[in-house]
Design a protein around this ligand. Structure first.
Ligand code: NIG
Ligand code: FE
Length: 432
């Protein structure tokens, strides 16, 4: 890891700026998803963790300030490389202790995600480990995931609690996220997912558990500034739309933003949730046509997580083409978690988006950068390479950006820049 105060990347084969196209407002939708703002033979200058200028290499090298200060600047030759905004992974569940290998084998033998959950596996089987663990062990687990993500080009991560499901263990999980975030150079956004499922001790008393989330978890997380968002798993076997509204109302009362897991396994009408102005609806596999029309008029982002469909071995994938063609802003995320999507790789998710969701490579890149930033309400700082924004960059061994989703399941990220700090991939420690 290196943290130079001045950093200059030169001779970049393709710089994908994702700069704001004229006339476009809010998250990218429709044809604007394809506009990458490419500069060839490009340079980027970063100072004090911010991007200060972008352009052609020859123009950058003529800059009078640079001529005078060149010795103080860490210069990296990016010949034969693509530079793009660091990925914004806007949906992850990193606070867990163990992988769920029994569930994995049961699914291979034909059991479904819901059948496994009903038989005592699934989300509830991750609770014991988290409840038993100390905060420092959980923070180590989160930090390991963040490091792996950075090696794959991710520079901003949304991290949810959701495997504690008691006041104490949910707050402990959020504290672990905070501890890990302080030791990682990237940016972390925390989300309270106390309403992930009803824990066994509240079986048959889900309303009582919702009250615990609303009256204890949300107010304490807000008071201690441990979360920016509140999430709910709105699904049969988890929480109803009505219960989701209760949790959202508590979040609103305490000044926290909202987002929800919806339409993953079955359809939920989203209309009643829209009054809470959610930043994002995630999964969306079974979203209705009426809701697609409604969302095309709004800035709530549809965050698609096809890693979960892949890992659960489903035939059905989220209807990305329908959403994009209708004008709904779409983001992509890993959904990193031990049950449905144990991957930290945004490039792999982008590859799935191309092959299974029929998104073009350009659409997949926009969905993984600037629209991820919109889904976290961070688009003023993240998701594009423009002067004034945070110095968050991913540098790939590729002459053409389409290679990023093309070479699937391998890591071609050479290094990433996270708020101005350089992190090499593959543990080589060598840069440039
Ligand atoms: O996004 N659907 C709910 N939550 C996670 C899965 C969590 C788990 O199985 O541990 C998801 O897929
Ligand atoms: Fe999830």
């Amino acid at each position: 890891m290196r943290n130079p105060s001045a950093l200059l990347l030169i001779n970049i084969a393709q710089l994908l700026t994702l700069r704001h196209p004229p006339q476009a407002q809010g998250p990218r939708r429709g044809p604007a998803l394809k506009e990458l703002g490419i500069i060839e033979d490009a340079a980027v200058l970063c100072l004090g963790g911010k991007i200060v200028s972008i352009g052609k290499t020859k123009d950058a090298l003529r800059d009078p300030w640079l001529k005078k200060n060149r010795k103080k600047v860490l210069e990296i030759n990016c010949e034969g490389q693509v530079v793009l905004p660091g990925f914004v992974d806007s949906h992850t569940h990193p606070v867990f202790v163990s992988p769920r290998l029994v569930d994995f084998e049961k699914r291979i033998s034909g059991a479904s995600y819901e059948e496994i959950a009903e038989a005592g596996g699934g989300i509830r089987s991750s609770l014991a480990g988290v409840r038993r663990a100390g905060k420092s062990l959980l923070a180590e687990k989160v930090l390991d995931a963040l490091h792996e993500m950075a090696e794959l080009g991710t520079t901003t991560v949304e991290a949810k609690s959701g495997y504690g499901l008691s006041v104490e263990s949910e707050l402990k999980s959020l504290e672990a996220i905070r501890t890990a975030a302080a030791r990682w150079p990237g940016t972390v956004v925390s989300t309270l997912l106390g309403a992930h499922v009803v824990p066994a001790e509240f079986r048959g008393r889900s309303q009582k558990y919702v009250e615990l989330v609303c009256n204890e978890m949300v107010p304490q997380a807000a008071k201690r500034k441990l979360a920016q968002f509140v999430d709910v798993f709105t699904e049969r076997g988890a929480f109803s739309a009505q219960e989701t509204e209760q949790v959202f109302a508590a979040a609103e009362k305490h000044g926290l933003g909202v987002r929800a897991h919806v339409c993953q396994l079955s359809q939920t009408a989203l209309q009643t949730l829209l009054r809470f102005d959610p930043a994002s609806f995630d999964h969306m596999d079974h979203v209705s046509d009426d809701d697609i029309t409604e969302l095309s008029r709004r800035d709530a982002v549809a965050t698609l997580v096809p890693g979960a469909n892949y890992f659960l071995g489903l035939d059905c994938y989220p209807p990305a083409r329908k959403l994009i063609d209708a004008g709904v802003p779409v983001a992509l995320a890993t959904d990193y978690n031990p049950g449905s999507s144990p991957t930290a790789s945004m490039p792999f998710v982008m590859s799935l988006a191309c092959t299974h969701l029929k998104m073009s490579p350009a659409e997949a890149i926009t969905a993984s950068t600037i629209n991820g930033a919109w889904a976290l309400r961070l688009a003023d700082r993240k998701g594009s390479i423009e002067p004034g924004k945070d110095a968050d960059l991913a540098v790939f061994e590729a002459a053409d950006y389409r290679e990023i989703p093309y070479w699937f399941a391998s890591n071609r990220c050479a290094f990433a820049v996270l708020n101005g700090t350089l992190v090499a991939s593959g543990g080589s420690g060598e840069l440039g």
